[in-house]
Design a protein around this ligand. Structure first.
Ligand SMILES: Cc1ncc(COP(=O)(O)O)c(C=O)c1O
Length: 410
């Protein structure tokens, strides 16, 4: 393995992440930090961040506290005090993403965020929508349905996993754009291969090539996992779910829409607090989160999730998660398994997938849980998506369990 064990432990071992945890360690109940950050036990370790993450205890406790507050008193003052955290969360998230709060909508999940763009984008008959063929259904089938509705067309392109350089990826994207392309929509990090598109370079090149293409970036596997600055990427919108890598409340997500596009994108749902008539929408991207009564306790606890990220820092989280996934990749390489996910450093992510037939992958998920007590997934192969709450022991247990059950790989 090519990872220095001491540097791994320094970052992943708990209270020392980026040296900045001040008060709560990234550790489980069974690890040795002064204050555990997560509540899961050693006999049920999550390693499926691409699907769903546990919330840090400070977030789940905040959620319970806010829900209880509302149950004890639904007075206007009580409700307003919980609702107020929505704006705090919006501001924290915006500043971590390098945007303004007015460009962030707090919606329910990535599917809703993607569909706000799909259905709200004023595409017309004859327009072409260009999609990466690894997009999630909410950013793929959803476009087909919308294209059928308005008479537009959908075209898909592939990026071969063995692509060797960022320039090659950029060329593939440029070649996919035609005269009629109105929208390019792609996933930043694929949930089915783990391939990370070099979004900054791609978007810069597209802007030079055809400036009027609207670019949507699905950030479901990015937000909370990667230190990303949306201000530096020339896309127009970005989506994410809090319950994935952001380790936040369930059924809360974000949609970023660049300021100059907010007016031209139609909202899918118009409800309270949008009450002032069609010409008087809520400010900025808030017009996309006027969804009526919501789970205010969940939205309020998004603020604690954001504070958790501020404390560890997005860069610290990315570094920690990378060390864990690099160790996992290296351990599996030692077993000579075939990978779906790339090992090319320009395109890797914390999504590590090994090849196997789907039915075997499902069975292996069960075996690995039985042998190692680690929950993985059968998406794109046998998928392991470790995060900051995973440590060296979790990784080594998965590698040992795969080794033990390697007969199932083919
Ligand atoms: C790339 C991508 N986009 C969108 C989604 C949908 O996320 P959600 O179910 O939270 O709406 C997922 C879910 O795995 C995903 O991986």
């Amino acid at each position: 393995m090519n990872i220095d064990r001491r540097s791994f432990l320094k970052v992943a071992g708990g209270a020392s992440v980026a040296g900045s945890l001040s008060g709560y360690g990234v550790s489980t109940r069974n690890a040795s930090a002064a204050v555990p950050a997560f509540g899961f036990a050693d006999d049920s370790i999550p390693m499926n961040a691409a699907n769903i993450c546990p919330m840090p205890l400070m977030v789940s406790e905040a959620y319970t506290k806010y829900a209880r507050q509302l149950d004890l008193s639904l007075s206007t003052a009580s409700r307003r005090s919980v609702e107020a955290f929505k704006e705090e969360a919006r501001g924290r998230i915006a500043s971590m993403l390098g945007t303004s709060a007015d460009e962030i909508a707090i919606v329910r999940n990535t599917s809703e965020a993607n569909n706000t763009i799909v259905q709200g984008m004023p595409i017309r008959e004859g327009d072409e929508v260009v999609l990466w063929d690894q997009n999630h259904p909410s950013n793929s089938v959803a476009w087909e349905v919308q294209a059928a509705r308005v008479g537009a067309t959908v075209r898909r392109f592939s990026v071969p996993v063995e692509t060797g350089s960022i320039d090659e990826v950029v060329d593939i994207f440029i070649d996919a754009i035609g005269d009629k392309t109105a929208v390019l929509s792609f996933t930043h990090i694929s949930n089915i291969t783990g391939f990370r598109i070099p979004a900054e370079e791609v978007c810069t090149a597209i802007r030079k090539h055809k400036n009027d293409v609207f670019i949507h970036l699905d950030g479901a596997q990015t937000w909370g996992a990667v230190d990303i600055n949306l201000g530096a990427i020339e896309m127009d919108s970005f989506s994410g779910s809090a319950h994935k890598w952001f380790m936040g409340p369930r059924e809360v997500g974000i949609l970023y829409v660049r300021e100059r596009h907010i007016d031209r994108i139609w909202p899918n749902i118009v409800s309270v607090p949008w009450m002032g008539g069609a010409d008087n929408p809520p400010k900025g991207a808030r017009k996309f989160d006027a969804l009526g009564q919501r789970d205010d306790a969940a939205i309020a606890s998004l603020n604690e999730a954001a504070q958790f990220h501020e404390t560890i820092t997005p860069a610290g989280i990315e570094e920690c998660s990378k060390l864990v996934s690099d160790r996992l990749r290296a351990g599996l390489e030692d077993l000579s398994v075939a990978f779906v996910s790339t090992a090319h450093p320009d395109f890797t992510s914390s999504i590590v997938i090994i090849q196997m037939p789907r039915e075997n992958a499902r069975a292996l998920v069960g075996r690995v849980f039985k042998d190692a007590a680690v929950q993985c997934a059968a998406t794109g192969g046998f998928r392991m998506t470790p995060h900051v709450y995973n440590n060296e022991d979790h990784v080594d247990r998965v590698i040992a369990a795969v080794k033990k059950n390697r007969g199932m790989l083919s």
